[in-house]
Design a protein around this ligand. Sequence first.
Ligand SMILES: NC(=O)c1ccc[n+]([C@@H]2O[C@H](COP(=O)([O-])OP(=O)(O)OC[C@H]3O[C@@H](n4cnc5c(N)ncnc54)[C@H](OP(=O)(O)O)[C@@H]3O)[C@@H](O)[C@H]2O)c1
Length: 272
Amino acid sequence: MEVKGKVVIVTGASSGIGEATAREFGKEGAKVVLASRRVDKLQTLAEEINKMGTEALVVQADLSKLEDIQKLVAETLAKFNRIDILVNNAGFGRLDWLENLDPVKDIQAQIDVNVMGVIQTTRQVLPVMIKQRSGSIINMCSMAGLVATPTYTIYAASKHAVHGFSEALRREVKPWGIDVSLIYPGGVVTEFTQHAGIKRKTNAKTPNFMLLTAEQVAQAVVKLVHKPRRMWIIPWLWGVSVFMNRFFPGLVDNTTINRFTIPEREDELKKM
Ligand SMILES: NC(=O)c1ccc[n+]([C@@H]2O[C@H](COP(=O)([O-])OP(=O)(O)OC[C@H]3O[C@@H](n4cnc5c(N)ncnc54)[C@H](OP(=O)(O)O)[C@@H]3O)[C@@H](O)[C@H]2O)c1
């Protein structure tokens, strides 16, 4: 699909990957609908995109609320009368041991945005794309949607759900001319880590050479519109850990437990 002149909804466009993706679509001449809760940030980005000679629409939406998602789709149709591309990007992680996560603010909230937000937004947009007999849906997954690591229980569950949802959907909607692509970035330098509340005793973190910028992920997202893919792991080197996890899960368990879980939980273990 060509991007110029197409109508694209980007959720979570107020920062990080979503912001960079919306900007990238703007550069390619798409009409961009920007959705998230922080409307001031969306307004600033909309002004920038409008200056590129295309149009941007701002819709304040909490993606955990069905009524906001319905409003997002209604306002998009009222302004542009069609929806060609949906980028389900909004999401966040709260990373801690399961027993430390708040049942509502951390657990329920992650599922509401990362899973229900993706499902309900897609559900609202789909009839429009089916009527058009064309569309491109790009779902922001994560390496955590393929390989689950300690402190990522809920986040990994949410991204595994996005993986399963997208796989089934892809096989449902292809006959209507609708493509569903999944992208699995590793670590990306964004506000994500600020919201994640990561506390580490060890030095465990994504090595710098594996870190991506939001712009790199955004460019990959736009490429997926031109050339849809079932799954795209970036950077590709993470594919090695997917392979190891699939074929040597015992080895991955032992390495993760001995190199991460036990050193991180040493003080708690000593108290027992
Ligand atoms: N950073 C990484 O290492 C990484 C790696 C793989 C995948 N991802 C995924 O990439 C996506 C974007 O994350 P990011 O790294 O760009 O983080 P970010 O900079 O924190 O951006 C998150 C975006 O999601 C939006 N959002 C969060 N809760 C929302 C809600 N209830 N309703 C509407 N919008 C909401 C935020 O907007 P408001 O606060 O304005 O609502 C913000 O625009 C997420 O799905 C994340 O899981 C990130």
